[in-house]
Write a protein that binds this ligand. Structure first.
Ligand code: NDP
Length: 241
């Protein structure tokens, strides 16, 4: 049986690597995106993975988006909540909009999508929900109280959902990456990278998006059926918990 996987924000960065990793592992994959049509279409033609545009922070848009994915590929067996944004600033300068947009995209989205797939997964007695958090949700980060709150929030959410669905063949886990060499991190000047970032990472290098993808692909597999409610850190030893 070919299982269906949906990767939110699956057209760029870490999400793109996850989409490709799952496709290579034999899943039928759908990748969602927000608005960068050019990147999404380029990803679709390069990989053959169909892309779907909607805002993961909007419950009704998620309902329609999942219906479109399920019409095209079949019921979602594996949900990867990867879409995320940052709006960094210290709390004493943060606007309500900066707080709300980060909570909406990084935390409300996890409720929206999980809520919309969980009943089907329970009915079919199989499911995998994997959410991408961050090292900064574990240790906090200057200028990221909004992002850290959302990324910590998904951990409590996932542990609760794991308990509610453990007897139904559904596992719910979190992956918390550290510095991963995506476009954004690679845009940091080489001297800043060497002087400020790499010294914090015992392994001495950035992580690769494919390393996150391999972890997600394992969590999605039948072999990972006894792993639920976990947070797996992928950070080169930067923060051990
Ligand atoms: P990118 O910015 O490269 O890509 C983000 C993806 O999410 C894009 O596909 C984007 O769509 C999509 N997206 C953003 N907002 C929405 C929305 N409202 N609705 C639907 N899709 C949306 O992200 P990264 O690869 O850097 O990060 C991926 C995940 O990993 C995030 O959750 C991030 O917080 C987390 N993370 C990243 C780290 C890193 O080092 N990069 C470290 C730790 C965690 P579009 O292309 O249309 O904009």
């Amino acid at each position: 049986m070919t299982r269906v996987a949906l990767v939110t924000g699956g057209t760029r960065g870490i999400g793109a690597a996850i989409s490709v990793g799952l496709k290579e592992a034999g899943y039928k994959v759908a990748a969602s995106f927000a608005g960068n049509e050019e990147a999404a279409r380029a990803f679709e033609s390069k990989t053959g993975i169909p892309v779907f545009r909607w805002d993961v922070g909007d419950f009704e848009a998620c309902r329609q988006g999942i219906a479109a994915v399920e019409n095209a590929l079949g019921p979602v067996d594996v949900l990867v909540n990867n879409a995320g944004i940052t709006r960094d600033t210290t709390l004493h300068k943060m606007t309500a909009e900066q707080w709300q947009s980060v909570i909406r995209t990084n935390l409300d989205s996890v409720f929206n999508l999980s809520r919309l797939v969980i009943e089907g997964m329970r009915a079919r007695s199989f499911g995998r929900i994997i959410t991408i958090s961050s090292i900064n949700g574990q240790k906090g980060q200057f200028g990221q109280s909004n992002y850290a709150a959302a990324k910590a929030g998904v951990v409590g959410f996932s542990k609760s959902l794991a308990q509610e669905n453990a007897a139904k063949g559904i596992t719910v886990n979190v992956v918390a990456p550290g510095y991963i060499g995506t476009e954004m991190v690679r845009a940091v000047p080489e001297d800043v990278l060497k002087a400020k970032i790499l010294p914090q990472i015992p392994v001495g290098r950035l992580g690769e998006p494919e390393e996150v993808a391999r972890c997600v692909t394992f969590l999605a597999s039948e072999d990972a059926g006894f792993i639920t409610g976990s947070t797996i850190t992928i950070n080169g030893g930067q923060y051990m918990c």
